[in-house]
Design a protein around this ligand. Structure first.
Ligand SMILES: NC(=O)c1ccc[n+]([C@@H]2O[C@H](COP(=O)([O-])OP(=O)(O)OC[C@H]3O[C@@H](n4cnc5c(N)ncnc54)[C@H](O)[C@@H]3O)[C@@H](O)[C@H]2O)c1
Length: 251
């Protein structure tokens, strides 16, 4: 059994994790953390990580980047692993996580779904074969309450593509201000926001006389929540270090 502290427990993802954990015999939410103090039925909620006096094996974080400092401090204090699922982290946060991973195990992923992590491998293969003649663009679509853009997953896909290319691509987020022809070294990322779209990512390889599209569509938040619970179980007895969903999948 993995005892979990759930950060962002009153958000859309937090509530989904809490619901799935209830019927998961391997996971038990022992406490929640959220600035919004709306009671949930089976665990106590603290409005700040420093107030949480309950120990867990692992913290799952689906909140905001601004919470990260205190979540790391709580993880270190309790010697608990952290599954960082919050997106929109900046380079400073990445450095903080790397530093903390010398003391505790950390799994960082902007997308906890099995399907997207498989898509990363597929686009790497396509980029390896096609990149010289094909223009690569990523279109992502999310619900109208999403704050960060492009999505963390769009960056994950772009970084995975760049990881296999000798000539790295430059990310371009909008073209309206420049009004010039597309350069081959560009990798465009386009964000669309509306309604209740859970998350869609389309990777387009547009070449001479053909287009290859690799798409992932999330139909429910359950895929991310299930991935986060699996990640927590994976992290429970791990040594300090940085882990990815790929490590979990390989295991
Ligand atoms: N990695 C993934 O697979 C994945 C999937 C979906 C969403 N996300 C990311 O997870 C995060 C949460 O997504 P969501 O859709 O549940 O958002 P949400 O806005 O519905 O929920 C965020 C919750 O965090 C709480 N919160 C805000 N600041 C906080 C703080 N300082 N300390 C503690 N709690 C705080 C809010 O009150 C809210 O309840 C976002 O960054 C989102 O992009 C990641």
């Amino acid at each position: 059994m993995t005892n979990i502290i759930l950060s962002g427990c009153n958000g859309k993802m937090g509530r989904t994790v809490a619901r799935l954990a209830k019927s998961d015999e391997h996971s038990h939410i022992v406490a929640g953390i959220d600035v919004v103090n709306e009671e949930q039925d089976y665990f106590p909620i603290f409005t700040h990580p420093s107030l949480c006096d309950i120990k867990g094996h692992v913290i799952i974080d689906f909140s905001r980047p601004s919470a990260l400092d205190h979540i790391i401090a709580l993880g270190k204090k309790n010697n608990a692993g952290i599954v960082v699922a919050t997106t929109g982290l900046d380079p400073h946060h990445q450095t903080q996580l790397l530093e903390a991973s010398k003391e505790i195990p950390i799994l960082l992923s902007s997308n906890m779904s099995l399907g997207v992590n498989l898509l990363l491998e597929l686009v790497q293969k396509a980029a390896h074969v096609l990149s010289l003649q094909y223009d690569i663009e990523i279109i992502e679509k999310h619900h109208n309450a999403k704050v960060d853009s492009p999505s963390g997953t769009a960056f994950m896909i772009a970084d995975a593509i760049n990881a296999v290319l000798k000539e790295k691509k430059d990310y371009v987020f909008e073209r309206a201000s420049s009004q010039k022809k597309r350069e081959p070294k560009e990798l465009g990322m386009i964000s669309m926001r509306g309604g209740t779209i859970v998350g869609e990512h389309e990777v387009i390889f547009a070449g001479p006389d053909e287009i290859i599209e690799i798409t992932h569509k999330a139909y429910s938040r359950d895929i991310f929540a299930r991935g986060a619970l699996n990640a927590a179980q994976f992290l429970k007895d791990k040594k300090p270090g940085m882990y990815s969903m790929n490590d979990l999948i390989k295991q």
